[in-house]
Design a protein around this ligand. Structure first.
Ligand SMILES: C[S@@+](CC[C@H](N)C(=O)[O-])C[C@H]1O[C@@H](n2cnc3c(N)ncnc32)[C@H](O)[C@@H]1O
Length: 324
């Protein structure tokens, strides 16, 4: 049985932090062993500085997610990933798949953490570069240091529109974000660009006339055909100065992925398709990449004192760039 979404009672708002965002971010970061406080050298605007006009207290989120019986019976990428990260939004079927991956396919927990740590660094980097609205494709469960939590810890009020096809992850997401006016969660298939951009949680939250950070962390492997073309279609709708951050599952490293294909074949929303570095390079070809270019996720601007070990498995190619 899957646990129902945990309805967090929002912490009392701190002065200058109307959504109580920083407080809500504290627990997951502590779980991940992340340092408290803002990022040295990359602090966002001072707490309380408002970047946007006031938002309605409950941004529109679009259609209510309605999980099908099949979704409950099969593991899903969103929920297995949540399990690997130590989250709480998964069921027994996801734990079984996650355990089997861990048993047979090497250090998948490290792969998941490596990807999540890249997300954190990439979002901080984009905030420091002035991006203050994000469209996150295939978001998974918005906990365990996901985008709006990184935004909050950077003391920014940047907006985050999460999207995912997984109705159960979306149920958790909408419950968790109910009191966060700067974030929304839309249940939508990201291969339908028009549907994503028209979703009330996206269209009602983001201003496409201004730069947007388009995020696709460990999700494009779920787009079996022409992921590069899909990203191109999104970029065509964004203004210059917008950014793209991508991480993509790969088997190029070869150490951690032996049984992944078999185990993930039963995923509710499609199994991942690993791509090579050259294939991922085509996906990010539409933007000017910042240093160090396309690299292993763990090696993209690692935090001082926390470089990846040579022995760490490498499961994602990663890059960040800007639209000219
Ligand atoms: C490995 S998880 C990554 C989650 C998150 N982006 C992260 O990096 O932490 C992949 C996510 O992509 C989602 N996904 C897969 N296919 C999708 C689609 N066609 N449309 C929207 N989301 C999709 C899955 O449901 C899952 O939440």
């Amino acid at each position: 049985m899957l646990e129902p979404p945990r309805r967090h009672r929002p912490a009392p708002p701190a002065p200058g932090n109307p959504g109580g965002l920083a407080e809500r971010a504290a627990t997951p970061r502590a779980v991940l062993g992340l340092p408290p406080g803002s990022v040295p050298g990359q602090a966002g605007p001072p707490a309380g500085e408002v970047l946007h006009p006031a938002l309605p207290s409950s941004p529109t989120r679009g259609r209510e997610p309605s999980p099908s019986p099949e979704e409950f019976e099969r593991p899903s990428s969103a929920r297995v990933y949540d399990y690997l990260l130590g989250g709480a939004a998964h069921g027994a079927v996801d734990r079984r798949a996650g355990d089997e991956l861990t048993r047979t396919s090497g250090d998948v927990v490290t792969l998941a953490r490596e990807n999540r740590a890249f997300l954190r660094r990439a979002v901080r980097f984009l905030l420091a570069a002035g991006i203050d609205q994000f469209l996150d494709l295939g978001s998974g469960v918005p906990t365990m240091g996901n985008v709006h939590e990184v935004v909050a810890r950077s003391r920014s009020t940047a907006r985050v529109a999460y999207t995912d096809v997984d109705s159960i992850a979306a149920l958790h997401g909408q419950a968790l974000l109910a009191a966060v006016p700067t974030a929304s969660y839309s249940t939508v298939d990201v291969t339908d660009v028009a549907a994503v951009l028209a979703a009330p949680g996206v269209a009602g939250l983001l201003d496409l006339g201004r730069p947007v950070g388009l995020l696709a962390f460990s999700m494009l492997q779920h787009v079996p055909d022409d992921a590069a073309g899909l990203v191109e279609r999104y970029l065509a709708r964004l203004v210059p100065g917008s950014a793209l951050a991508v991480s993509h599952f790969t088997t190029d490293d070869g150490r951690a992925t032996r049984h992944v294909e078999r185990i993930t074949a039963s995923y509710a929303h499609g199994a991942p398709r690993a791509r090579s570095r050259d294939q991922v390079a085509r996906i990010v070809a539409g933007v000017d990449l910042v240093e160090p270019g396309l690299t292993w996720a763990g090696q993209w601007r690692p935090e001082a004192g926390r470089p990846p070990a040579d022995t760490d498995p490498r499961g994602h190619w990663a890059a960040v760039g800007f639209l000219r």
